[in-house]
Design a protein around this ligand. Structure first.
Ligand code: HEM
Ligand code: HEM
Length: 190
């Protein structure tokens, strides 16, 4: 079956996940400034940010599993016919990369804190504590997961930049409906 636009479920999940990931990248990168501060109020804010970072990050795992299942059951609309084979390949690779990142980025964070000797509880927005992954405490694995989390975070920034540039190119240069079908607030360019 060929659809001409994304369903409202796909659109809602896309923007919800995008918002959380972008917020978590900003929060993750800003964290050290708060935690390294001599000001106790700044430090406390840093602890609050990291709690929210973990809870929002874990939410991305749940939303991404839902999104992946929805996507498997509901194929994406066909890409515009004007795209070259290289552009189609780049678009598909970016989207596939995003699906991998949406799962691996939060999973690496969860694995990092699960292997840490500091047993800070992972509070899910104060509602309940999320269990650690059963990996055992390990400095080596924790270090590897920390590196992976950081690298995947930088990878996400690169993919987002490419993705946004592509979306704007479709809208302003190609004047097709690629942005409009994911962002119904904007209208297809005439
Ligand atoms: C969408 C999900 C997530 C994104 C985009 C994200 C992104 C980031 C980024 C960019 C950093 C800064 C990396 C650095 O410069 O060192 C960071 C740090 C961190 N993240 Fe995440 N993260 C996510 C999910 C999680 C989850 C689920 C957890 C744990 C349950 C977690 C735990 C941490 C911790 C503890 C740090 C601080 C590491 C340190 O000590 O420097 N993250 N995250
Ligand atoms: C962390 C941020 C983001 C992630 C992880 C993400 C991920 C994705 C993924 C995986 C798809 C493919 C959907 C599918 O076919 O299943 C997609 C499509 C799309 N995204 Fe994003 N996105 C992000 C941010 C953005 C932003 C900021 C924009 C707008 C400037 C945007 C615009 C679009 C558009 C227009 C499509 C539709 C492409 C098409 O129809 O083929 N995305 N996004």
């Amino acid at each position: 079956m060929n659809h001409s636009r994304y369903s409202s479920v796909a659109i809602t999940l896309h923007w919800l996940i995008a918002l959380i990931i972008i917020g978590n990248i900003i929060g993750g990168l800003a964290l050290d400034t708060f935690l390294d501060s001599a000001d106790p109020a700044m430090k406390m804010t840093g602890f609050k940010i990291i709690q929210l970072h973990k809870a929002f990050g874990l939410t991305v795992i749940g939303l991404s599993v839902l999104r992946l299942l929805w996507r498997l059951a509901n194929p994406a609309p066909a890409l515009p016919a004007h795209m070259t084979p290289l552009e189609v390949l780049l678009a598909k690779a970016t989207h596939l990369g995003f699906y991998a990142l949406m799962l691996l980025l939060p999973l690496s964070g969860w694995a990092m804190v699960s292997t840490s000797a500091k047993r800070f509880p992972i509070s899910y927005f104060g509602l309940f504590d999320v269990p650690y992954l059963p990996l055992g405490q390990s400095k080596a694995l924790g270090g590897l997961m920390h590196e992976s989390h950081e690298l995947l975070g930088y990878g996400a920034i690169v993919l987002i930049a490419l993705h946004v540039a592509a979306a704007l190119k479709h809208h302003y240069f190609d004047r097709d409906d690629v942005l409009a079908r994911m962002l119904p607030l904007v209208r297809k360019r005439g």
